[in-house]
Write a protein that binds this ligand. Sequence first.
Ligand SMILES: Nc1nc2c(ncn2[C@@H]2O[C@H](COP(=O)(O)OP(=O)(O)OP(=O)(O)O)[C@@H](O)[C@H]2O)c(=O)[nH]1
Ligand SMILES: [Mg+2]
Length: 292
Amino acid sequence: MFHLFSHCWSWLQAIQEPIRKVTLLVLGLDNAGKTSVVMDLERALAGEVLPAAQPGQTCLRVDRFEVTLVDLPGGQRSRSAWRSHYSTAHGLLFVLDSSDLARIEEARKVLSRVLSHPDVSGKPLLLLANKQDAAAALLPCELIERLSLERLVNENRSPCRIEPCAAKRGPPAGPGRATLQGLRWLLRAAPAAPAAATPPGPGPRAARGRPPARRWVRVSLGACPRPPPRPRPAALAPTPRRALAPAGTRRPPRRMPEAARGRRARTGRCGPAAASRPRRRAPRAPAGGRGR
Ligand SMILES: Nc1nc2c(ncn2[C@@H]2O[C@H](COP(=O)(O)OP(=O)(O)OP(=O)(O)O)[C@@H](O)[C@H]2O)c(=O)[nH]1
Ligand SMILES: [Mg+2]
C-alpha cells in the first residue's frame, strides 16, 4: 500500500515537472558517425520528433525534455565553427569511430581542446564509442585508456559517461539500449541553464599545467561488452597431437599385463572386453554349511 502511494506520488511529481529545453552539441571527427547516431535516435523516437528550428538541428521529446541536437560537421576546417555553439549548449555528445585506430590520438586532442574551453568546462559529456560492429573496434574500457579520459574529464570537471554503440548496424528497432540510456543520463546531468555549468573554484585555465587537486568526476562506463572472439592465427592453431611426435620417438606399444596374457592363453580371448569380463565367482558354499 505504501509502495503504491509512493509510486503515485512520484508519478504526480513527474507530470507536474515543467518541460525543460536542452540543447546538446553532437561533435566528433569527420566520418565518426555523428549524423548516423542522430538519425538512429530519430528512428527510435519516431513519434517524438518535433519540427526543427534550423537545418542541421533535430528536435526530440525525451521524457520531460525537449531536446535540440545540433549536428556539427567534423572536418578539420569546420571545427573552428564549433566554438560559436558552446555557450548555448547544456551538454556534449561526442561520437568516436572506435575502429579507426589511426585517428584515436587526433580525436583525443580534439576532445581535450573542446573540454578545456571555458564555455564547455563542467558541462556533461556523453562519449559514444561508435562502430562497435567493426572487427577492429576498441572497447569502451580500452578507449578510456587510449584517450586518457579520466584525467581529461577530471581536469575539466565534466561529468562523463561512455557507451558503446553501432549507429549503422544497430537493431532495426533503433539504437541499442545503451545509446538511449546514455542520452537520458546526459539530460539528467545537464545544468538548468547552459551558462551555469562551471562549478565554483579555480577554472580549468588556472588548473592547467598541474594535476587536479582531487578527483572531480569518474568516468562512468555503460555496458562494456566482452571482446568478440578473434580468429586464431594459423601458427597458433592447435596442432594434432600425432603430428607433434617426431619420427622415432613414438611410444612403444603397451605391454599386456602378465595376468591378461595368462588369461588369453587360457581363454583364447583378448582385448578390453575380455579383460573387463567379470571373473567367475567361486561356487558358494551351500546354505547352512558355514560355521559347521
Ligand atoms: N560499420 C559502421 N559504419 C558506420 C556506423 N555508423 C556510421 N557508419 C558509417 O560511417 C560513415 C560516416 O558516417 P556519418 O554519420 O556521415 O559521419 P559524420 O560523423 O556525420 O561525418 P561528418 O558529417 O563528415 O563529420 C558512413 O559511411 C556511415 O555509413 C556504424 O555503427 N558501423
Ligand atoms: Mg555528418
